[in-house]
Design a protein around this ligand. Structure first.
Ligand SMILES: [Zn+2]
Length: 371
């Protein structure tokens, strides 16, 4: 896809905008506000449910589709403020502890009033040899936001429970690639807006519910009330798929950054939560067909250790045909994750073509897909 492609330029602009907005799980309001105005600009009315999911519906005919991506990001919550002004935090989500010291963070007090801080890293000159290769547990870390007392911290609006995220930032890399905070899953949200734009003008389409979901990084179930209310036949979840083309990941699979969108054939997580998604075969076949028609490579992912809220959405009512589609991403859950804009554009095209081909003729009967 050429660099001057207007769709890719729109995706890049929206992704950049969304990555610069903080939105810890349970505190997605600012991200939702930005997405709501994007939908309004497309002529789509949206509503917000009790948990904070943002929902818009594009009416059509045939089986109904819930297309969803999560707005929230992982981070921390203030746990204790020390008398000397240092701030201790509790983790929220899959925070990589070994990548935390010396990270810049943002304590989210309110728009225009947020407070920057730094996760302290013990002075190197005082680091003993036995400490050098040890990971410091998050509970022992502290944030230095420049305050010298508990009262000064409180006066800045910071208190126990204040949300904290990696300092939002975006770095434009070579080759149409972007590094940024919360590519997971602001990239999915940006793709959904672009899909909505194109589906809204499609001549033929099923009913599509767009759900910008909450609390995925917290408990993977924020999208559940939306699914329960919408009762879709099909659920398509958009998020990262682990790129395995870096020196430390090669043994895990064959998903390459920049080589196109990907679909998950198997996900499972046995630690903390016991769930995963085995995609409905009708949807695997549908997107394989669509990719072939578009002469697009659709990469395949199958691995344990990660899962998405589709694991729970698929269990709603009498069952929902579900699939995880996504974009390759490097360095998941780090402060700077990397994606390739061409993958996002190709994922958009795949979704628009695949979803608009869904009609009453698509069988979701398991017996039609014996393997
Ligand atoms: Zn995610």
């Amino acid at each position: 896809m050429a660099k001057s492609d207007p769709a890719q330029a729109r995706l890049k602009a929206l992704l950049t905008k969304l990555m610069l907005i903080p939105g810890l799980s349970g505190h997605e309001g600012r991200v939702r506000k930005a997405l709501k105005s994007e939908l309004t600009a497309l002529g789509l009315t949206s509503r917000t449910d009790m948990l904070g999911n943002l929902i818009a519906t594009v009416q059509g005919s045939g089986p109904s589709v819930m297309l969803f991506a999560h707005m929230d990001q992982l981070g921390f919550v203030v746990r204790k403020i020390e008398p000397n002004g240092f701030i201790r935090v509790e983790r929220l989500g899959g925070v990589p502890e070994r990548a935390l010291p010396s990270q810049a963070v943002l304590l989210c007090v309110g728009e225009g009033r947020d407070v920057p801080g730094v996760i302290a890293n013990k002075s190197h000159h005082a680091t003993a040899p036995e400490e050098k290769y040890k990971v410091v547990p998050y509970a022992d870390l502290y944030i230095d936001a420049g305050f010298a007392s508990l009262d000064a911290v409180l006066a800045a609006g910071i208190d126990i429970g204040t949300p904290v995220v990696y300092r939002p930032s975006v770095i434009e890399l070579g080759g149409g690639r972007s590094a940024g905070t919360s590519v997971d899953d602001r990239a999915g949200c940006a793709v959904m807006v672009e899909v909505a734009r194109r589906l809204a003008s499609a001549k033929k389409r099923p009913t599509v519910h767009l759900v910008f979901a909450v609390q995925e990084e917290f408990n993977l179930r924020g999208a559940l009330p939306a699914a329960q209310a919408l009762k879709p036949d099909i659920a398509i979840q958009l998020d990262l798929l682990l790129a395995t083309d870096t020196p430390d990941m090669g043994y895990r699979g064959d998903v390459r950054l920049g080589a196109g969108p990907a679909m998950s054939l198997y996900s499972f997580h046995g630690r903390g939560t016991l769930n995963g998604t085995l995609p409905h075969p009708a949807l695997v076949a549908l997107f394989e067909r669509t990719a072939a028609r578009l002469r697009m490579k659709l990469q395949r992912s199958a691995h344990t250790g990660a899962l998405t809220d589709s694991s729970y959405v698929q269990l709603v009512g009498s069952g929902v045909a579900a699939i995880d589609l996504g974009f390759p991403m490097r360095h998941s859950h780090s402060s700077l994750e990397i994606c390739d804009l061409a993958d996002l554009e190709a994922l958009t095209a795949l979704l628009v073509a695949g979803i608009s081909s869904i009609d009453a003729k698509l069988s979701l009967d398991r017996d039609d897909y014996l393997s």
